[in-house]
Design a binder for this molecule. Structure first.
Ligand SMILES: Nc1ncnc2c1ncn2[C@@H]1O[C@H](COP(=O)(O)OP(=O)(O)OP(=O)(O)O)[C@@H](O)[C@H]1O
Ligand SMILES: CC(C)(CO)[C@@H](O)C(=O)[O-]
Ligand code: BAL
Length: 282
């Protein structure tokens, strides 16, 4: 497995792979890889001949008071995990490679509607940063397919929409959330949790299951259910950011007539922001 840092090296390797008739799969990440990321690499390798995993902690998607400086950077360990998973190429560009003219002069990709609300409301500019860097990565790699995790449900919706709207010829594949044994969604940011916080963290997934069960049993008082969920999280010592019951396709508040429903949650545990979701059909 090779690691390249520049667009020039990347393009030269990809050109020769394409000449051999190989299809290309892309797995965009911010590194500090865990089994969630590795499941995306495996899924990509089922759908494409070669898999490029990008590792780039994208400054454009971090807010001023967020964890850009402390976000874990573990390239050596990430390379070992990717090699073991059958990844072909690691693309680990510098910020200058992605944004040669700097962020202030960068053209932005803005995806309306699905970017609004939920994480978009709590993290202003976040999805512009995600949509812009993903578009740049797509243009750099020109992949046939790209795999993203359903853990970042709103992000996946944003990427599906920008790919459709900009006629990007890449198939977007979603991959299910990989969890710890106690239900906590695997996430690089789980590493920030203290031992005590880690013991409490599964309440996020438990609350999703509890509210989903009540929806499946026929409750349609969504606002009341959302309030109950936020109270449960607060009682456990978390600071809920949002708990929203939405239509799985529009990400707008679900109506009692909606059959495909997604529960979206974000909550702070200490200074760590956890997100999760659960989709149901009723
Ligand atoms: N538990 C998981 N299961 C499946 N996919 C995941 C999981 N965690 C992350 N991913 C996916 O991996 C890709 C890269 O995500 P990222 O590098 O931000 O990892 P992360 O662990 O979610 O980090 P963070 O803690 O910053 O949210 C995204 O498509 C994301 O949805
Ligand atoms: C898709 C992504 C790699 C873009 O920086 C990031 O948002 C992530 O890791 O989910
Ligand atoms: N996993 C989404 C990347 C972020 O939180 O910035």
């Amino acid at each position: 497995m090779r690691t390249v840092h520049s667009l020039k090296e990347l393009r030269s390797i990809l050109r020769s792979l394409r000449q051999q008739g190989k299809t290309i799969g892309l797995v965009p990440t911010m590194g500090n890889l865990h089994e969630g990321h590795i499941s995306l690499v495996r899924k990509a390798s089922e759908a494409a001949d070669v898999v490029v995993t990008s590792i780039f902690v994208n400054p454009m998607q971090f807010g001023a008071n967020e964890d850009l400086a402390t976000y874990p950077r573990t390239l050596g360990e990430d390379q070992d995990k990717l090699a073991a998973a059958g990844n072909t190429l690691v693309f680990a560009p510098s910020a200058e490679e992605i944004y040669p003219e700097g962020l202030a002069r960068q053209t932005k990709v803005v995806v309306p509607e699905v970017s609004e609300g939920h994480c978009g409301a709590s993290r202003p500019g976040h999805f512009e940063g995600v949509a812009t860097v993903v578009t740049i990565l797509f243009n750099m790699v020109q992949p046939d397919i790209a795999v993203f995790g359903e853990k970042d449900f709103q992000q996946l919706a944003v990427i599906r929409k920008l790919t459709r709207d900009l006629l990007i010829p890449t198939e977007i594949i979603g991959a299910p959330t990989v969890r710890e044994d106690d239900g906590l969604a695997k996430s690089s940011r789980n590493g920030y949790l203290s031992k005590q916080e880690r013991a409490v963290a599964p309440v996020v997934h438990q609350t999703l299951i509890n509210i989903a069960t009540q929806l499946e049993q026929g409750r349609t008082d969504h606002h009341e259910l959302e309030r109950e969920a936020r109270e449960t999280l607060a009682r456990a010592g978390l600071r809920p950011d949002y708990f929203n019951i939405v239509n799985s396709h529009t990400l707008k508040p679900a109506t009692p007539a909606d059959q495909e429903i997604t529960l979206l949650v974000a909550a702070f545990l200490g200074t760590t922001r956890l997100i999760d979701n659960l989709c149901i059909t009723r």
